[in-house]
Design a protein around this ligand. Structure first.
Ligand SMILES: *Cc1c(COP(=O)(O)O)cnc(C)c1O
Length: 410
């Protein structure tokens, strides 16, 4: 079964009450049972069922299963946001004294999070790029995980997942891949050896820009040695489900970063068109990148441009698709603002992965908390514009961007 069919007819697309074609929204906090004994069984995982929506909820469960199937994992946990997914995925395995290696070209919020973790004794070592060559010198006995974005937002570095995962596994270190920008339509990181996949489902999975949400998906293949990973002793009996069992019974449930039922529902509805949207978005983005790259006085970053160092890898790893984000360097901040302000269709907004084209000046907004060095490492400069390409007609977008760029010359 191929991707678009699986979105609608996969094994995790259940039969819903009354023959409804979409799941009901279980907009409820608690679930009642006839007897104390029944509730006891549900609480102790000895009977199937739901007790309280911070712990599990039918429509959220449905959403988790459906994304899990697309990413080919053994289980998924939905979170209130992408940031909560990243935080909880890491805190499930890290403690004071541990180290993480992360890419420098990550989403700004993630970079900030690694700073926040420092006061809890968790140190992050940043690699310019998540490549074997750049990770190797940073690995120590304390390295408990490597974190990278499959296609960096907004740096647009592409990780060679298989190569990095193979290298890390020889050293007993798991690879956590943030697949938000690539989506399972372009690549399934778990199939290439990544151990955990993270999504900000707020973006391409939802697709309509209407719900903040996140996901953690486990391959079940990494062996969490209790001598290296604190607290795993108790979960050994769960075998390949140890990571998920620890997460669900521990930090995820106790921090309370659960996904709201309504957002689970909106994500399922949005997700059903993910394949179609990604096809159109990637086509538009490539067309726009190629058209703008030839214009004088600006430079464009997009993984599929002929001069891009990640072109060959992207073609091989991501089914020839380059994703929906491109960045433009305008030469100066003034000109970047002029271009942004001159666009007719693009919304001036943060966020990516919407059906609408969105533009932003990252240095003055989403990267405002970062130092100029951190910004440069993430491919953010004073003259950069990030474009999250939408599903409008490609010709209209091309015309609009070319007109705004030309008008910004004088
Ligand atoms: C947006 C984003 C996040 C954070 O997700 P939220 O849903 O906004 O919390 C994490 N990683 C990447 C790559 C993102 O684009």
């Amino acid at each position: 079964m191929e991707f678009n069919t699986k979105l609608l007819h996969g094994k995790e697309v259940r039969k819903y009450p009354y023959g409804a074609t979409v799941p009901p929204i279980s907009q409820v906090s608690a679930f009642t049972y006839e007897t104390a004994e029944e509730l006891e069984k549900v609480f102790q995982n000895r009977a199937p069922g739901f007790s309280y929506s911070r712990i599990s909820n039918p429509v959220v469960d449905d959403f988790e299963r459906r994304v899990c199937e697309l990413e080919n994992g053994i289980g998924a946990v939905a979170c209130s946001s992408g940031m909560s997914a990243i935080t909880l995925a890491l805190l499930n395995i890290l403690g004071a004294g541990d180290e993480v290696i992360a890419g420098s070209g990550l989403f700004g919020g993630t970079i900030d999070l690694f700073g926040d973790l420092e006061k809890f004794g968790i140190t992050t070592r940043f690699a310019g790029h998540i490549t074997v060559e750049e990770i190797e010198p940073l690995i120590t006995d304390r390295t408990k995980a490597v974190f990278g974005e499959v296609i960096g937002n907004p740096g647009l570095d592409v990780v060679d997942i298989q190569r990095v995962a193979d290298f890390l596994h020889e050293r007993g270190v798991p690879f956590i891949a943030d697949n938000t920008t690539a989506t399972p339509y372009l690549v399934r990181p778990l199939d290439l050896g990544a151990d955990i996949v993270i999504h900000s489902a707020s973006k391409y999975i939802n697709g309509g820009g209407n719900s903040i949400s996140g996901l953690i998906i486990d391959s079940g293949r990494f062996r969490w040695n209790p001598e290296r990973y604190q607290g795993f002793e108790k979960y050994k009996k769960f075998g390949k489900f140890a990571y998920l069992a620890k997460l669900r019974n521990g930090i995820w449930r106790n921090m309370g970063g659960c996904l709201a039922p309504m957002n689970g529902f909106l994500n399922i509805i949005g997700m059903e068109t993910m394949g179609l949207r990604m096809e159109r978005i990637c086509e538009n983005a490539k067309r726009l990148a190629l058209a703008l790259d030839s214009l004088a006085g600006i430079s464009v970053n997009y993984p599929l441009l002929p001069h891009n160092p990640y072109r060959e890898l992207t073609e091989r790893q991501c089914r020839g698709l380059g994703g929906g984000i491109l960045t433009i360097r305008a030469g100066s901040r003034e000109r970047a603002y002029k271009i942004i302000n001159g666009l007719k269709y693009a919304c001036k907004a943060t966020n990516i992965g919407d059906v609408r084209t969105l533009v932003i000046h990252p240095a003055s907004t989403i990267y405002i908390h970062s130092t100029p060095a951190q910004q440069a490492a993430a491919g953010v400069y004073d003259d950069s514009i990030r474009v999250s390409v939408g599903i409008e007609n490609g010709a209209d977008l091309e015309e609009d961007f070319i007109a705004a760029i030309r008008a910004s010359e004088d």
